[in-house]
Design a protein around this ligand. Structure first.
Ligand SMILES: [Zn+2]
Length: 147
């Protein structure tokens, strides 16, 4: 199975055949999103801003231009060993409390076992880790999720 959100990734860079990094882009060409999630928000100091709650996490990105919703990460279906645990259905908005910032550009990184990197010539959905970082002024800053 190809990487579920492949059509929303731009500027894909492959590293040593075991990881890729890419910018999240909407199919309309916009790359700023409002995020919501079913996990738990932290202060983002020693942990990423969003962590699992009841062993599950769904992260959704809504395009600030065309309002398309993209399910960026879903712990029950993504990765080489998805967790099949019942999901909380409550989505919470992601807002950085100090600044009230709620629109972000992000970069996504996936780590793979080499044999799982591609499936039928396309990057596969069988990754080991998914890291998403907020990008500010062209630089990646804080982790949104590290799953
Ligand atoms: Zn859009």
């Amino acid at each position: 199975m190809k990487l579920r959100i492949l059509e929303f990734l731009n500027n894909i860079q492959e590293h040593n055949g075991v990881s890729i990094s890419a910018d999240l882009f909407c199919t309309c060409g916009n790359n700023k999103f409002v995020f919501s999630h079913t996990g738990k928000q932290t202060k983002g100091i020693l942990a990423p801003y969003i962590i699992k709650k009841n062993k599950q996490l769904i992260l959704q990105a809504k395009c600030t231009c065309c309002e398309k919703n993209i399910e960026v990460y879903n712990s029950t279906i993504d990765g080489s060993k998805p967790k099949t645990i019942e999901q909380s259905i409550d989505f919470l908005p992601f807002i950085i409390p100090k600044t009230s910032a709620d629109k972000f550009k992000v970069i996504i990184k996936y780590n793979y076992w080499p044999e799982n990197l591609k499936s039928n010539g396309l990057y596969s959905n069988y990754f080991e880790d998914c890291f998403i970082y907020i990008v500010e002024n062209g630089k990646e800053t804080k982790a949104l999720i590290e799953e």
